[in-house]
Design a protein around this ligand. Structure first.
Ligand SMILES: *[C@@H]1O[C@H](CO)[C@@H](O)[C@H](O)[C@H]1NC(C)=O
Ligand SMILES: *[C@@H]1O[C@H](CO)[C@@H](O)[C@H](O)[C@H]1NC(C)=O
Ligand SMILES: *[C@@H]1O[C@H](CO)[C@@H](O)[C@H](O)[C@H]1NC(C)=O
Ligand SMILES: *[C@@H]1O[C@H](CO)[C@@H](O)[C@H](O)[C@H]1NC(C)=O
Ligand SMILES: *[C@@H]1O[C@H](CO)[C@@H](O)[C@H](O)[C@H]1NC(C)=O
Ligand SMILES: *[C@@H]1O[C@H](CO)[C@@H](O)[C@H](O)[C@H]1NC(C)=O
Ligand SMILES: *[C@@H]1O[C@H](CO)[C@@H](O)[C@H](O)[C@H]1NC(C)=O
Ligand SMILES: *[C@@H]1O[C@H](CO)[C@@H](O)[C@H](O)[C@H]1NC(C)=O
Length: 379
């Protein structure tokens, strides 16, 4: 009896407790985070999950003046614990688009919250940060260890290499993006899944994959063009398409869609507004963000590329001074690459597939599928 019941446990266990980590997404000051525990006893940290960087960092407990906090929320800081080890002579700084941090190397026990799977992880204890408005205690970088803080392996790759996960992939349902402080249990809470993906739950149709550029640093695919189409009368009748040399970067750490400043005016010509008009202070009405127009991005290799379309209503972000006006959907930046941040990605279920648990076997691809109606973000 005893032996049989014991034998049955792993059978059920492998079916129900697979090594797939489903981490609920929280939203504070529009920053999307997941919770990880660090140290002994375990302390929970809200970490901004960022596909544009590769380091896990948390603010050091002794960082006060050098880590200004205007987020409006208290932050949980890290102090060395009984299972931790600090390497004060291994220091570095990381320069992000929105801020800069510097600190030293630490090793301690980590656990993605709710998984009961703990392991040693190297990360950075930050002693200086300019991320003053950040509504998080640190970052969870999901890009390649080749660009991570010295001597650290990016946490997802570390978990893969330690054999903790079912599949060499992670997947993101971004959720509504509404503050989980004001609304702690939103209907459509986002989920970051590590070690598997749930397109059966979230996706309306097939996930379409394209290869990620090598060498793998961040999630970049070759840009193959942008197309606009619209059905509205009077203004901007063109059904244009454009192509330039560049890449598309999938970056959950950015909320925006950023386009090369040299091409942005031409892309705006495919929308209801001209770039000149927006640059001189015109504020778009949210009602003009509707499904009479759409923008399609094509990316991937010359052989394997896919086109993904979003309609005007899927690009609306209300609150440009008031709720009737929406922020311009695209922002300029000084690069030939296009950044598809949360505003674009939140319309899709996204799957980041490494093809192998070991770096030597990586064959990275990224896939997107439209969301089922019930999972689409509420604007
Ligand atoms: C770390 O130390 C600082 C300063 O003493 C303290 O404010 C903070 O609460 C500590 N953090 C943890 C997680 O104990
Ligand atoms: C915090 O501690 C680290 C490690 O001891 C040290 O390098 C750093 O200067 C300290 N920072 C402050 C503000 O005391
Ligand atoms: C951050 O700001 C909040 C709210 O103003 C405050 O309660 C907290 O003490 C500040 N500092 C840290 C390290 O949390
Ligand atoms: C840094 O300190 C560690 C011990 O804490 C030592 O093993 C390592 O060799 C040192 N590295 C350098 C570059 O000094
Ligand atoms: C983790 O452990 C707790 C306490 O033993 C248990 O309630 C929970 O179901 C476990 N979670 C997972 C994902 O195994
Ligand atoms: C960091 O990596 C360098 C180069 O591989 C190595 O020499 C050094 O010992 C490592 N330091 C720590 C603290 O692991
Ligand atoms: C949809 O957007 C177009 C272009 O901005 C605008 O002309 C039209 O009035 C909008 N339709 C509705 C129903 O608001
Ligand atoms: C963008 O591409 C053009 C044409 O290929 C090139 O001349 C320019 O230097 C590039 N700009 C940047 C910022 O890389």
């Amino acid at each position: 009896m005893m032996a049989l019941s014991l034998l049955l446990v792993p059978v059920f266990g492998s079916a129900c407790l697979a090594n797939v980590w489903d981490l609920d997404i929280s939203v504070k000051n529009t920053y999307r985070t997941v919770q990880w525990d660090l140290g002994t006893p375990a302390t929970a940290y809200d970490l901004l999950f960022d596909t544009g960087s590769a380091t896990l960092w948390v603010l050091s407990g002794n960082c006060s003046d050098q880590c200004p906090n205007s987020s409006g929320y208290p932050r949980t800081t890290y102090n060395l614990t009984s299972t931790g080890e600090a390497y004060y002579n291994t220091t570095d700084s990381i320069d992000y688009d929105g801020g800069e941090v510097s600190g030293y190397l630490v090793s301690d026990i980590a656990e993605a919250q709710g998984t009961n799977v703990s392991f040693y992880q190297k990360f950075a204890s930050i002693t200086s940060s300019t991320w003053s408005t950040l509504g998080a205690d640190g970052f969870l970088g999901l890009a390649s260890s080749t660009i991570a803080f010295p001597n650290t392996t990016a946490p997802f790759e570390n978990a893969m290499q330690l054999g903790l996960l079912d599949q060499p992939r992670f997947a993101i349902y971004q959720g509504t993006g509404l503050s989980t402080v004001a609304n702690p249990n939103p209907d459509n809470n986002g989920v970051l899944t590590m070690g598997g993906s749930h397109e059966d739950v979230y996706a309306d149709g097939k996930v379409e994959f394209v290869p990620i550029n090598t060498p793998f640093q961040v999630y970049k695919a070759k840009f193959q063009g942008v197309r606009g189409s619209n059905h509205f009368a009077n203004q901007n009748e063109q059904h244009g398409s454009l192509k330039w040399d560049g890449d598309v970067v999938f970056d959950t750490g950015s909320s925006l869609i950023e386009l090369p400043e040299t091409h942005i005016a031409a892309v705006y010509n495919m929308t209801p507004w001209s770039y000149d008009q927006l640059m001189t202070g015109y504020r778009p009405l949210c009602s003009d963000f509707n499904n009479t127009w759409s923008i399609s991005f094509t990316f991937g290799t010359d052989d394997t590329h896919k086109t993904f379309t979003v309609t005007g209503d899927q690009l609306a972000t209300p609150g440009y001074v008031d709720d009737d006006h929406c922020f311009p959907p695209f922002n300029p930046w000084g690069s030939n690459n296009t950044i598809l941040g949360a505003r674009w990605m939140s319309n899709f279920y996204s799957v980041f597939d490494f093809g192998s648990f070991e770096p030597s076997g990586y064959d990275l691809r990224i896939g997107f599928a439209p969301l089922k109606k019930e999972y689409q973000p509420i604007v």
